[in-house]
Each structure stands twice: as structure tokens, then as C-alpha cells.
Design a protein around this ligand. Structure first.
Ligand code: PHE
Length: 451
């Protein structure tokens, strides 16, 4: 069977941007900034992106493009033995686990979209009201389950159509719209009384809030937001041809992804401080703040619908990219037909999400090491498995396959970029071979308290 490929040169850019931009930017980034130290966390996060995230991004796409295979097959092709097959499979499994709890949160967003259409999420005048509304909705497992199911069915439908007919072009419209809405929210947030405290939290680093865990969270998130360490970019890279310019395609994606996350934080924190919410509220942060903002905004009804619609769409393009590696694996390695693989992967991911929904409601009864199942699974996947997956890609490219070969392959399609610009070559050489893998090791050792 001929391998699928992107329809046009821009197909990869749109699909990879659609994968990168999602709940990690708008839902997770603000709440971890709130939990782990505001501006100081952002600084560490940006450094992680530049020194580790971006080199991993390039490595993964390069692995995929070179091998033209799913992550397990691609790691094997470049690494040569079963350790590397296992490593590739590990990233596929990570993506699959992520897809199961990603869908739970995406279900909340979809649920808020439906509530917004009914005019239910723009009638708030106090923090207590939005909080009790959130708890009322999310505290109802039937609501959570229904939207988890609907979200997964939507993704299933799109995946069934395949890579070519899929959402290649969706993000072309989606991302600019999302930026416009976020800018509107930033402007309206800044007009609120007390918003300057939010800006100070967001822009003035307070280094005393930083702990070793902060680095691990920043690292994990820089991978998660670029869809790294979980097979996605290897798989999307495998639909590229050698003619494509990898650095030139990846750079704008990382830039837009970061810009959207920063905008989301700028929209949220003025509201957080203005309404007297604690910034470390955690996962409900956007659901506590944005409906309040929409309630006060002129045209808030339309804004709320548009916002939750766009976020749902952004989550869909991310979710299908989290499911794609396992689908590609089953097709390449197990010779399954695409349709069979899509049905199997969507169904099992849906089923895996169910205990996580219920763990949010009966959390007090089923704590594992003091965490609900959802917390625990997302922590293990995002803060441990994802960084390990990204680290393995780096080692594979720079040490196992070898930087020389990798560099030669990376140069293909770049039209002399590396020859013209010695700094670019230096950056990749240094980061792929040394800084990025070493920093990952250091952050891990520090997080487990080894030094
Ligand atoms: N990067 C996506 C986001 O920002 C999340 C994602 C995770 C995508 C796993 C693919 C795989 O929401």
C-alpha cells in the first residue's frame, strides 16, 4: 500500500500547527503558570522551548521523514535494534494514554460550548456563581461521559476520512481566529479593576517560587504543547517528502504555539486577580475566569460561543494527532486496514477515558498515592513519559544514528540554510548533541532530588 502523504507543501505545516495548538496552550499553560510561579515559570519554560523543545521537534520530524514509518518502525529503522523499536512503541503508547484524558477535558470544553449556545455560560456576576456552575457540570459524571463520547465520535469521524481528506486546512482558519478572540479577551481583561496585579504576576519574575519540580513541569509542558515525546511529530514527519524544508516548516509552528499560550495567559491573569481568585486554582482556572469575562463583555454571548467552538476545534485537531501514531503503527506493523485501526484506537481510547472521568467524582474514595486517577495518569504521562520519549528521540538522532548522518538528512530541502548561516548549524549541533539531552538528564535528576 502506498504511504499517505501531505496533499500540499503547506499540508504538514497546517496539520502540525493544528496538532500543536490546543488545550495545552489555552487550558493548561495558564493554570500551570498559576501553580508554578508566574513570570519566573514562563522564563524557564521559554528557555526549555528554545534549548530542548525545538531541537526535539526537529529530531522527531526528521526521524519520521527519514524513515517514512510509524514511530516504532522509524525508531527501529534508525536505531537498528529492538531497544529502539521498544522506544518508538513507548512514544506511541504515551500518545495513546494522553488521548484518553485529553478527550475528557476536551469534553468539558465541548460541554461549555453547548451551554454557551443555550446562553447558560454568560450570566454570571460573581466568582462563587461560576465556581458552583463548574462544579455542578463537571460534578455530573453523565455530563462528563456524554461529552467525552461526543468529542471522541467527532474525532473518529475525521480520522475515518484519513490524512489526505482530513483537517489539513482547518487550522489555517482556526488559528488566526483563535488569536483574534484571545486578543479581544486580553483587551477586555486589562480594563478590569485590579488587572495590573495580574500583569505583575505574569511579567515580573519572583524566583523564590521556583522549585526543582518547576523545571520538570516546564520541560514536560514544552514537549506536550509541541506534541512531542508521544509519536505525533514522528508520524506527521513520516508523511513528508525529502524535498520539504524541516526547520523552515517547524519554526513558525513553535512560534505561533508559544504566542498563543502567552496570549492565553495574558487573557486569564488580569481576570484572575481582578475577581480575587487564587492563581493556583489548577485545572478549572479557565472555566472559572472566562465565563465571568464573557458575562461582562459586550457581545459576550457570541464571544463565548466562538471561543468554545474554536477551542473545541483546536482540541479535535490535537486529539486526532495524538491518536494517529497508534493508527499508523497498527497499519504499518500489524498490517491492519486503516478503518479497522481507527475504530480500534478510538474505541479503546474512549474506554480508557471513562475511569478517569469517574475518578474526578469519587476521587476521595479512590486515591492512588494521594491523587485521583486522572491526576496521576496525566502527571505520569506529561511529566515523565513525554520527556523520556523526547529524550529518546534526541539520543537516537544525535548519538545512535549519529549527528553527521542526521545533519546531512536535515540539510535536505533547506536550500543552503545551514551553509549560509553558521549560527543555525552551531545551534543544532550543540543542542541536539549536548545541551538538550544533558538538560533533560539534569532536570530529571534534580526533580528526583539526586543533587
Ligand atoms: N499539543 C497539543 C495541545 O497543545 C496536545 C497534544 C498532545 C497533541 C498529544 C498531540 C499529542 O493541546
Amino acid at each position: 500500500m502506498k504511504r499517505a502523504s501531505w496533499k500540499s507543501k503547506l499540508g504538514f505545516i497546517f496539520a502540525a500547527a493544528g496538532s500543536a495548538v490546543g488545550l495545552a496552550n489555552i487550558w493548561r499553560f495558564p493554570y500551570i503558570v498559576g501553580q508554578y510561579g508566574g513570570a519566573a515559570f514562563i522564563c524557564i519554560y521559554l528557555v526549555c522551548l528554545f534549548l530542548i523543545g525545538f531541537p526535539v521537534f526537529i529530531s522527531e520530524v526528521l526521524i519520521g521523514r527519514t524513515a517514512q514509518k510509524n514511530p516504532a518502525g522509524a525508531f527501529k529503522k534508525l536505531g537498528g535494534d529492538s531497544f529502539w523499536t521498544g522506544s518508538g512503541l513507548f512514544t506511541v503508547i504515551t500518545g495513546f494514554i494522553i488521548s484518553s484524558f485529553y478527550s475528557v477535558i476536551a469534553g468539558w470544553v465541548l460541554g461549555y460550548l453547548i451551554a454557551s449556545i443555550g446562553g447558560l455560560s454568560t450570566h454570571f456576576s460573581s466568582l462563587a456563581e461560576v465556581q458552583s456552575y463548574f462544579k455542578h457540570l463537571v460534578g455530573n459524571p453523565v455530563w462528563g461521559l456524554a461529552f467525552h463520547l461526543i468529542f471522541m465520535v467527532l474525532c473518529f469521524g475525521l480520522l475515518f476520512l484519513g490524512v489526505r481528506k482530513g483537517l489539513e486546512r482547518g487550522s489555517k482558519i482556526l488559528v488566526p481566529f483563535l488569536i483574534v478572540i484571545l486578543i479581544a479577551l486580553v483587551i477586555s481583561g486589562l480594563s478590569l479593576p485590579g488587572s495590573e496585579k495580574g500583569l505583575a504576576f505574569y511579567f515580573k519574575p519572583n524566583w523564590s517560587l521556583i522549585t526543582p519540580t518547576t523545571f520538570l513541569i516546564a520541560l514536560g509542558h514544552s514537549f506536550f504543547t509541541l506534541s512531542l515525546g508521544q509519536g505525533t511529530m514522528v508520524t506527521y514527519g513520516s508523511y513528508l517528502s525529502p524535498k520539504d524544508n524541516i526547520p523552515k516548516s517547524c519554526f513558525p509552528i513553535a512560534l505561533i504555539d508559544t504566542f498563543i499560550a502567552l496570549l492565553a495567559g495574558m487573557a486569564i491573569f488580569p481576570i484572575v486577580f481582578s475577581v480575587g481568585l487564587s492563581p493556583d486554582e489548577g485545572a478549572p482556572l479557565i472555566f472559572y475566569t472566562l465565563p465571568l469575562a464573557f458575562s461582562q463583555l459586550k457581545g459576550g454571548y457570541i464571544f463565548a460561543i466562538l471561543f468554545f467552538l474554536l477551542l473545541t476545534l483546536a482540541a479535535i485537531t490535537s486529539q486526532i494527532s495524538a491518536l494517529e501514531p497508534l493508527i499508523a503503527y497498527l497499519m504499518d506493523e500489524k498490517k491492519w486496514r486503516r478503518k479497522k485501526a481507527v475504530i480500534f484506537v478510538c474505541l479503546t481510547s474512549f474506554l480508557l477515558g471513562i475511569p478517569m472521568i469517574f475518578s474526578n467524582f469519587v476521587a476521595h474514595k479512590f486515591l492512588v498515592f494521594g491523587h485521583s486517577l486522572w491526576d496521576l495518569v496525566s502527571m505520569i504521562a506529561l511529566d515523565i513519559m513525554v520527556p523520556i520519549g523526547g529524550f529518546l528521540a534526541l539520543i537516537l538522532i544525535a548519538w545512535r544514528w549519529g549527528f553527521k548522518k542526521a545533519y546531512h538528512a536535515l540539510k535536505e530541502g533547506t536550500e543552503g540554510l545551514f551553509e549560509r548561516n553558521i549560527l543555525v548549524k552551531g545551534y543544532f549541533w550543540l543542542s541536539l548533541k549536548f545541551t538538550a539531552p544533558l538538560l533533560v538528564i539534569l532536570i530529571f535528576l534534580k526533580a528526583i532530588g539526586l543533587f
